[in-house]
Design a protein. Structure first.
Length: 166
């Protein structure tokens, strides 16, 4: 993911970080999804400034990057201004990387396509569990929603293959 972000910045593409920030220990965490029910206490601690709410240092936040936090939901984009902001910036293609292929990646890809964006998933810049499921999702689900590409292929297309690994 760090190599992809560095290459995108070098190519002049906008890097957008979709993060989760709790509204606090008495905040509006929806505990219906079993995932949130299990993590409710931990997520309540993820207030603004908590390290878990920030992009990891290996990826960093570039000067022109956008950090768009959400405060609820499994989807990093549903009910947020993400697609409006991207559209206002003239973005037509979204390259998705991150966690997790189990939930967030297919949800964002589907929502972005429904919002009339071209979508590419950086297949070696995503994670999920177990690895066999990630491969299955790529082949049997995500390939029907988005274009699949490796970071190397994207860097070559942007002609920034010389971007150093962090």
């Amino acid at each position: 993911m760090a190599r992809l972000a560095g290459g995108a910045r070098a190519a002049g593409a906008r890097v957008v970080h979709l993060t989760y920030v709790s509204v606090g220990p008495t905040g509006a965490i929806n505990l219906r999804p079993p995932l949130f029910a299990r993590l409710g206490d931990v997520l309540a601690e993820w207030v603004a400034g908590h390290p878990a709410t920030e992009p990891i240092p290996e990826i960093g936040v570039g000067a022109d990057d956008l950090v768009l936090p959400r405060h609820s939901g499994l989807s990093p984009t549903h009910g947020t201004e993400t697609f409006k902001v991207l559209r206002n910036l003239g973005v037509r293609t979204i390259i998705i990387a991150g966690i997790s292929v189990n939930i967030a990646i297919p949800v964002v890809a589907t929502e972005a396509v429904d919002e009339d964006f071209d979508v590419v998933i950086a297949t070696d810049a995503v994670a999920g569990d177990p690895p066999e499921y990630v491969a299955f999702m790529m082949q049997h689900t995500l390939a029907f929603i988005a274009m699949l590409s490796t970071v190397g292929e994207l860097l070559a297309e942007w002609d920034v293959s010389a971007v150093a690994r962090p």
